[in-house]
Design a protein around this ligand. Structure first.
Ligand SMILES: [Zn+2]
Length: 991
């Protein structure tokens, strides 16, 4: 009782100064609240130390009509060893809503596996009765073009801030869905002035679990672990259908259902704050970050992060809770986090990290030293050793977020005003800091990809217009039909940060995630930053429906065949697989027909030998997928070969499925069929060639030894499959009786046989070390990096071999995603003869002497002999420049011409290398191979240094992979029959 009185005193204290919309009724003291004493006793029992509890959550109010979580679930929140499935969380939330007029639940979407995503609104009953009205008020504040300041001031008097708490987007972070049930009950039922203030002056929104599929799998996994204490439990290898931890790095690409659900719900409500609950570092980290901060945000939101964080830290610290801190932990640079549905849209996105536990155990834990040091931003650091419980985690999360909710309720008007001001300043951006607009010019050749980018912007709530006529802006002309993204709209900042160029100084703190993301270059779609405000005056019409590439059939019916220009629009790959019974050829060279130029790779479809309904099916596909088919009376005379319909396998490891998940995202979206299988199938299938034409080894973290060996063969089998304890594992994309082991040496030998028999084996980024390290190929080495710093950047590359089918449809240059490794070096002898060190080799320059840095060195006392020309990369099939005597010595090692590695794509010269993000030591990456085709027997290995399918954002690179697939049995096309002569220089040369 004494405790409760104390609690009320503090609560009153905190509520003082609230700019309450409706004054709390009478001055008479409220009747003493009824408490659920038994529940309160459990809270205190499950808390390991008094300093991990605050007066906000050390009790639970009782209600005669509204059920506590314990009444519905059978256990109090935070009970050791208990985690709750989403269906039971929803059962509780629905029971709460049925019993209380202060609670309403909404289904806001469904996951890829069909599980519901829920939104719970909690507020005063009068507010809940008028939710739609309050949504309209925030919508008005969100668009100052329609709401002048005087009207906004009136709205601010009446409107309510909405505080949206989202739980467990990261599935092993298990506490928040539990906490949010209790929070919903507490906010709905408790009659302390502190909670009344939150209820009256704000609307609390709760999404108990954002990653619903992963939540249920994690509860399965926890139950399995508890039931099998002596067995090694699997790691949570699948969370959602596609990706694991990266599910909160999808706010730019919007590939996942959860991102789209959160975005569309935000745009429906426009909450003032989105607070995402994470668990990792001790004990309570409140987000602000280390910087560098995202440079496109209004500085006001950066201030709001700080101000809000310090309120919670101060309130918790006052109460003696150790280890509550801010700053540090992450940077605040990339806008790919889920909470950018708020930050990118003039609201406040923030997060917590509390000390989790990946379950519901109570145990002694040693806190990592890195988190327990006292520093300027952590004057009260976490304790080095602690007995920790799920309830501790819940206490800290719930206390912190209640202080924050109370802060927002107290400062209701200020938060709403700021929201309006930020929205207004977004509209003023066009005229103030600029640019005026981004234009996607109407002469874009990749029309389907341009439309796809526009539709992504629209999914972000960004308005996109189309020019009615050609517009002249200064010296530039933009054709009719150009897309215009105006910067005088409320969500201009999100559009600008997605389309702009990023520069990350390497002297800044190490980045937490990718440093570059420019969408135009990565999608290979032209985007133009227009600073001249005249663009905004050009007549234009806002898109009200999805943008679409207009596809059609061009030409008469008496056709010998049809031509579809290869422009690397990814829907052309869809077309090929959709019309799988249609015979198609690829033009091996560019040609002219119908008064226009067709690129190498153009699809040539003869009438003769194809189904009778060819024309109508092409017509349907053209309209649907947005390409033009040209009916021609005469077929071009260009050399051509058949375009395959390959049987494709995408291979995952049981170590981790995350990065290959982005490949499934891309393939599924484009309806490209594939077999999804683990690397155990490589190990266990002697004749892979009879089953597959193309095998893509999906990217897996770890060095080649780890990936090849997989999870060590220690102890008993580790199953990942449906069982009584793990009912939700059955929906996983793949299952197994034993996760241990990888492809092993058997798998590698099977892969070698597969390639020698004509298959194509593809490796991505760091995994390209596997064929190199295990000697499956020759002529390619990986050089260690000494100085390169290129963390998740956008790099320029040049098409080095335009005749390779892998380059079909591409121009001269392509921006690609590259993350630090590998540095692929191609040398004919595979390193024999001391191939140049490449990366790390010191910049030799010229000897110290007379003249400038570029002048030749002139020894004295003899005639000057000019040095050989500077080395340049060697073209396809060219003889590497090797001195005669060296050539003689290496003859035994030089492969025949048709078996030599072929560099299809090469990173640009150093001065052209960086598009966006971080780059230092670029000399190591400059001119290195980005995509190498290595023949072996009848087939090929294909090594990517870049990652062509990353987070639904690298659409410009997709067709490198699709071209390789569709031409897997003709990859030798375009290779010169004989090596052209080349002047010799010295040393082994990469080419
Ligand atoms: Zn997390």
């Amino acid at each position: 009782m004494r405790r409760i009185l104390l609690c009320l005193a503090v609560a009153l204290c905190v509520a003082v100064g609230a700019d309450k919309k409706k004054p709390v009724a009478a001055a008479a003291p409220p009747p003493p609240p009824k408490m659920d004493e038994a529940y309160g006793a459990k809270i205190r029992e499950y808390t390991t130390e008094p300093h991990f509890l605050t007066e906000l959550v050390d009790h639970l109010p009782a209600s005669d009509t509204v059920p506590t979580p314990e009444k519905v679930l059978g256990y109090a929140i935070g009970t050791p060893n208990k985690l709750t499935y989403t269906k039971d969380i929803y059962r509780y939330m629905r029971a709460l809503a049925a019993a209380s007029k202060r609670v309403k639940v909404f289904t806001i979407g469904h996951s890829e596996e069909g599980r519901e995503t829920m939104l719970v609104a909690v507020s005063d009953e009068a507010n809940i009765a008028k939710l739609d009205h309050y949504k309209q008020l925030t919508a008005k504040l969100a668009d100052p073009r329609k709401t002048p300041p005087a009207e906004a001031a009136k709205i601010v008097e009446e409107a309510l801030p909405m505080y949206w708490a989202s739980g467990s987007i990261h599935s092993p972070e298990t506490g928040s869905p539990e906490m949010l049930m209790e929070l919903a009950y507490r906010v709905a039922v408790e009659e302390s002035p502190f909670i009344q203030n939150i209820r009256k002056n704000s609307i609390v929104m709760i999404t108990p679990a954002t990653e619903v599929d992963g939540r249920d799998r994690q509860v399965d996994l926890y139950n399995y672990r508890k039931a099998n204490p002596n067995k090694v439990a699997p790691s949570l290898v699948y969370w959602g259908k596609y990706v694991a931890h990266d599910n909160n790095r999808d706010s730019m690409g919007m590939a996942l259902a959860l991102s789209r659900i959160m975005m569309s719900t935000f745009l429906d409500w426009r909450p003032t704050v989105l607070h995402d609950l994470h668990e990792s570092v001790p004990f309570l980290y409140v987000s602000t970050g280390m910087g560098p901060y995202n440079a496109w945000l209004d500085p006001i939101v950066v201030d709001e992060w700080q101000k809000m964080a310090y309120v919670e830290i101060e309130e918790m610290t006052k109460r003696g809770v150790p280890g509550v801190w801010t700053h540090g932990f992450y940077d605040g640079w990339a806008p790919n986090y889920m909470f950018y549905v708020a930050n990118g849209h003039n609201s406040i996105g923030r997060f917590y990290e509390t000390f989790g536990g990946q379950g519901a155990d109570t145990r002694e834990r040693t806190v990592p030293a890195a988190s327990t040091t006292r520093t300027w931003f952590r004057p009260n650091p976490p304790l080095p050793k602690v007995k920790w419980s799920l309830r501790n985690n819940i206490n800290l999360q719930q206390s912190g977020i209640l202080f924050s909710m109370n802060n927002v309720a107290n400062n209701r008007k200020q938060f709403l005003e700021n929201f309006y001001i930020k929205s207004r300043r977004s509209i003023e951006k066009a005229a103030k800091e600029g640019p005026a607009a981004w234009v996607l010019p109407g002469d874009e050749t990749r029309t389907a990809e341009a439309a796809d980018l526009v539709n992504l912007l629209r999914a972000q709530g960004i308005e996109v217009h189309k020019l009615n006529d050609e517009a002249q802006v200064g010296a530039a002309k933009y054709p009719a039909g150009s897309y215009v993204v105006r910067m005088d709209q409320p969500y201009s900042r999100m559009a600008d940060m997605l389309l702009d160029t990023q520069y990350y100084n390497v002297n800044d703190p190490a980045p937490y995630d990718d440093t570059g993301w420019s969408m135009g270059p990565l999608r290979n779609v032209k985007t133009t930053r227009v600073t001249d405000g005249a663009i905004l005056k050009a007549p234009m019409t806002m898109l009200t429906d999805a943008a679409k590439s207009e596809g059609k059939m061009n030409g008469g019916t008496a056709a010998a065949g049809y031509l579809i220009n290869h422009n690397t629009d990814n829907t052309l790959a869809t077309m090929r697989f959709r019309l799988k019974d249609v015979k198609m050829s690829a033009a091996e060279e560019s040609f002219k027909a119908e008064d226009r130029t067709f690129n190498a790779g153009t699809f040539i479809i003869k009438t003769d030998g194809n189904p009778a309904d060819l024309r109508s099916r092409l017509e349907t596909a053209a309209a649907d997928l947005g390409f033009t088919a040209y009916a021609v009376r005469e077929l071009p005379k260009t050399p051509m070969h058949e375009v395959a319909v390959p049987r494709v396998a995408l291979v995952h490891s049981w170590l981790n499925t995350q990065s290959e998940g982005w490949y499934r995202v891309a393939f599924d979206k484009l309806q490209i069929p594939y077999t999804y299988m683990s690397d155990h199938v490589l190990r266990n299938t002697a004749d892979l060639r009879s089953k597959f034409d193309v095998i893509i080894l999906g990217p897996t973290p770890g060095n080649s030894q780890r990936v090849v060996n997989g999870m060590p063969m220690i102890g008993e089998p580790i199953p990942w499959k449906k069982s009584e304890l793990t009912p939700n594992f059955g929906n996983s994309p793949d299952t197994t009786d034993d996760m241990r082991g990888g492809m092993g040496l058997e798998g590698l030998l099977n892969v070698r046989k597969f390639v020698e028999a004509g298959g194509l084996f593809v490796t991505i980024a760091a995994n390209s070390s596997i064929p190199v390290d295990y000697g499956l190929i020759d002529g390619v080495t990986i050089v260690p990096s000494q100085t390169l710093r290129a963390r998740g950047s956008v790099m320029n590359s040049v098409v080095a071999d335009k005749k390779s089918p892998i380059a079909y449809g591409y121009g001269d240059k392509l921006a690609v995603y590259f993350n630090q490794a590998p540095l692929l070096q191609v040398s004919l002898t595979g390193g024999f003869g001391g191939g140049r060190g490449g990366a790390g080799a010191p910049e030799t320059g010229r000897p110290t002497g007379r003249g400038t840095a570029t002048d030749p060195d002139v020894p004295q006392g003899r005639a000057f002999v000019a040095p050989p020309p500077a080395r340049t990369p060697v073209g396809p099939g060219e003889e590497p420049p090797v001195e005669e005597e060296m050539r003689e010595a290496m003859r035994a090692y030089l492969p025949p011409l048709d078996q030599r590695p072929r560099v299809v794509l090469r990173f640009s010269e150093e001065k052209d290398l960086l598009v966006s993000g971080m780059l230092a030591g670029g000399r190591e990456l400059a001119n290195k191979a980005a995509v190498v085709d290595v023949p072996r027997g009848k087939g090929h290995f294909l090594l990517f240094a870049n990652n062509p399918m990353w987070r639904n954002g690298t659409q410009g690179s997709y067709f490198l992979l699709f071209n390789a697939m569709l031409n897997y049995n003709n990859l030798g096309v375009g290779r010169p029959a004989a090596a052209p002569a080349r002047p010799a220089t010295s040393g082994t040369e990469d080419y």
